[in-house]
Design a protein around this ligand. Structure first.
Ligand SMILES: [Zn+2]
Ligand SMILES: [Zn+2]
Length: 298
């Protein structure tokens, strides 16, 4: 990977906007540490699981932890601080799916341990405390695109249509919007105010075929609607995905912003960079990683 050509957010998208990676991290946040547990709960192939675990170790989100079983030494995995810090992204993703994607079997609740209530998530700016959405923020983009095309070499295959059987892991709507780097890039651009096909195509250095496919999927999902002037407009469901995007950008700056990464994209609120805070919509206190308690599957 030509890391020096890629900004922090481009790197973050390349790393995290991938369905299997997100599901592996989600399970790790719920306590999974062993290869066989991921394999069983996610119904994932050996090749895919091995590749994703290797990438996550290389990127510093997981570290290997040997353990003994049946007299043999085996390799387990533990989240690093950087990996564990993806909890906000995954909590936002869960909340969006639960709120906006109709399903026959409801997604389990998130319980906020501080108030012990099933809770929703409110995105606030950690700098000034204001509740923020896409219309309260502006997006600064580096001129000349983000070099996101470099990303096509990482995990080129999409995973649409192959979903794990575990009810805790099925986030099909959210994975359409954040589980694929091109989809996440297009939706992020829409949240930043892009509307026309030609603007998306020019600004994102994305192939017209891929762009058409993602825009069509977002219209099918009710995230975008077509407008009369051959453009696209976000629906309420689309705008509500803003916290997912904001968490991904925030995480990228936090963890990938040093080390020669160029500045490629920033979300600004009232003149400062948006640092995300997720508050409980029931008790108004902030979530912490330890205060998030998903209802476990039986
Ligand atoms: Zn602010
Ligand atoms: Zn609460």
């Amino acid at each position: 990977m030509q890391g020096q050509e890629l900004g922090a957010v481009g790197r973050g998208l390349g790393l995290l906007a991938d369905t299997w990676t997100l599901l592996i991290l989600q399970r790790a946040l719920l306590g999974v540490t062993r290869y066989a547990e991921w394999r069983e709960t996610l119904n994932i192939s050996d090749a895919t699981l091995s590749a994703r675990l290797r990438s996550l170790v290389e990127a510093g989100l997981l570290e290997t932890r040997p353990y003994r079983e049946g007299g043999r030494e085996r390799r387990g995995y533990a989240l690093t601080e950087q990996g564990a810090d993806t909890w906000k992204l995954l909590l936002s993703t869960w909340h969006w799916e639960k709120t906006w994607v109709p399903r026959e079997v409801p997604l389990p609740d998130i319980v906020h341990r501080a108030c012990d209530l099933p809770a929703g998530v409110v995105l606030r700016c950690d700098e000034c405390g204001a509740q923020v959405g896409p219309s309260d923020t502006t997006v600064w983009r580096a001129p000349g695109g983000s070099g996101v095309d470099v990303l096509t070499r990482l995990h080129p295959r999409r995973t649409r249509g192959r979903l794990p059987a575990d009810p805790l892991s099925i986030l099909p709507g959210a994975m359409e919007i954040v589980g694929d780097r091109w989809g996440a890039t297009v939706l992020g651009a829409a949240l930043a105010g892009m509307r026309s096909f030609s603007t998306f195509a020019d600004e994102l250095a994305i192939s017209p075929e891929v762009l058409s496919d993602r825009l069509r999927r977002f219209v099918e999902l009710g995230v975008l609607v077509r407008t009369g002037d051959a453009g696209y407009r976000l629906t309420d469901r689309g705008r509500a995905s803003f916290p997912i995007h904001a968490c991904l950008v925030d995480w990228s700056h936090r963890w990938l912003g040093g080390d020669g990464a160029s500045a490629d994209l920033e979300i600004l609120h009232a003149g400062h960079r948006l640092r995300v805070r997720l508050d409980c919509d029931r008790c108004e206190r902030s979530f912490t990683r330890a205060s998030v308690s998903p209802v476990q599957p039986r």
